[in-house]
Design a binder for this molecule. Structure first.
Ligand code: GLN
Length: 474
């Protein structure tokens, strides 16, 4: 499936009908069932498509009319199931729309299903789902990345134009990298988290997965902005990124953190970075090496903060309020049985570690210390953005790895986020875009970071970069 914007003129002229698009998408989902990308496909989306077709004919259709979208299974849509790929939410049905979902629907996008993911968004490979692993459409023996695994696979396989995912430490950008698409994590507060099931609230952001930068821009403009239901949204109206996308760049200063290049990188990741640098020079940006010394503590800090917040957020799954309930003689036994049977091993591991780092006697050594280093990382980003406008880096240390390769080695698995999680710790916007395929045909790309509220420039650089790379025939 081509990008949505390229298709829009033929949709608006009536040459292509939404009903047909939805039919094709449902067919494609069926043909690609082996990917295990969807936990549920909404066959009744055809009816909504007919209504959008009618609006197009009347000339009243919204800006996303006919955009075929999939949702990560941690985003609420009224009347639909939501499980976070966990047994503990078995049977749970959403009572309301997440703000981002409500805005999508108001803009006439068509949601065709909910996608598989690492349970409660905890993972980097799509293997931690209670409903089986997701395969990478680019090489089915490999993982699609995670935790927005099914969302990325559905876009990369051409089933949908776009998907919404969530990014707490890299869960939109890393699967985008492994499947060769565009993944955006906007700045903290840009998109309301109302209706996104909480994992680590101070890090979570909804993000977009698309095949082009322009589609991501369009989607972001629709779903971002203040929301009275989420007090952490930026109260300033979000500046639109779509309008300026093609505007000439002028003198943009790009910084490459030394700490990123000093990490162990695959040869092909190096090459992608070099190609991106060449392309950036072609479009007239200057590149300099900068230093953010505390970046090297990204993973330990992220791990402590994310697990601490997760242990607290997940306390609500008690067998009483949501989903699964195991009966027992006492309340304590009910909690124990429900949580023991409902949560998978990775979720349990994180609840245990999170509870430990918050417990009396350890909270100063771990959680408080991590918060202090987090503040240093955030400050280093702010300082870096005094000398450069955009930061450039790899997204992942390697292309997509094989299924099973890291499943029993959680520490290696956590290292998948070494380049992505800092943006969540600092709250800044970041995005992945594809650059090239390696010798085995696996996609590799780079990551851009911008200062808070700097999405506009980040998208303009990404768009120019995308155009230049395309012209050079990647
Ligand atoms: N892969 C990271 C983790 O396992 C990030 C997850 C995310 O961004 N939701 O925690």
């Amino acid at each position: 499936m081509r990008g949505y914007i390229a298709l829009r003129p033929s949709l608006l002229s009536g040459e292509v009908r939404c009903e047909r698009l939805v039919g094709d998408a449902l067919d494609a989902a069926r043909r690609n069932r082996d990917l295990n990308a969807f936990l549920e496909v909404y066959e009744d989306a055809v009816e909504r498509a007919a209504r959008v077709d009618a609006k197009i004919a009347e000339g009243t259709a919204g800006p996303l009319a006919g955009m075929i979208v999939a949702l990560k299974d941690n985003l609420l849509m009224r009347g639909r199931k939501c499980t976070c790929a966990s047994r503990i939410l078995e049977g749970f049905e959403s009572l309301y729309d997440a703000t981002a979902v409500a805005r999508l629907l108001a803009a006439d996008a068509i949601v065709i299903g909910r996608t598989n993911m690492d349970e409660f968004a905890m993972g980097s490979s799509g293997e931690h789902s209670a409903f089986g692993p997701v395969l990478n459409p680019r090489d089915r023996r490999r993982v699609p990345g995670g935790s927005s695994s099914g969302a990325a696979a559905a876009v990369a396989a051409g089933i949908v134009h776009a998907a919404l995912g969530s990014d707490t430490g890299g869960s939109v950008r890393q699967p985008a990298a492994f499947t060769g698409i565009v993944g955006v994590k906007p700045g903290y507060g840009r998109i309301s988290r109302y209706g996104l099931v909480a994992f680590a609230s101070s890090l979570d952001q909804i993000g977009t997965l698309t095949t082009t930068v322009a589609d991501a821009a369009l989607l972001l403009d629709v779903i971002s902005g203040p929301d009275p239901f989420d007090a952490t949204t930026d109260p300033e109206p979000a500046t639109r990124v779509t309008d300026d996308l093609e505007r000439p760049l002028g003198a943009v200063r790009v910084g490459l953190p030394r700490e990123f290049i000093e990490e162990r990188l695959d040869e092909s990741v190096h090459e992608a970075l070099e190609r991106a640098k060449d392309a950036l020079r072609t479009i007239g940006t200057s590149i300099q090496v900068v230093s953010l010394p505390h970046l090297r503590y990204t993973i330990p800090v992220y791990t402590v903060v994310a697990m601490a917040e997760a242990s607290s957020n997940l306390a609500r799954y008690d067998g009483v309020r949501y989903g699964l309930r195991r009966t027992a003689a006492t309340h304590t036994e009910l909690y124990e049985r429900t949580r023991n049977e409902g949560f998978g091993p990775e979720v349990k591991r994180r609840i245990l570690v999170g509870t430990y780092v918050l417990s009396a006697g350890y909270v100063d050594a771990y959680y408080r210390k991590a918060q202090q280093v987090r503040a240093l990382i955030a400050r280093e980003f702010t300082d870096a953005f005094r000398t450069v406008d955009i930061l450039l880096g790899p997204t992942t240390p390697s292309p997509a790895f094989f299924r099973g390769e890291r499943l029993h080695d959680p520490l290696t698995m956590y290292l998948s986020d070494v380049f992505t999680a800092s943006a969540n710790l600092a709250g800044v916007p970041a995005m992945h875009l594809p650059v090239m395929d390696d010798l085995e045909g696996l996609p590799i790309g780079v990551q851009l970071f911008a200062p808070m509220r700097g999405e506009g420039l980040m998208f303009r650089v990404a768009s120019a970069l995308e155009r230049t790379l395309r012209q050079s025939g990647r």
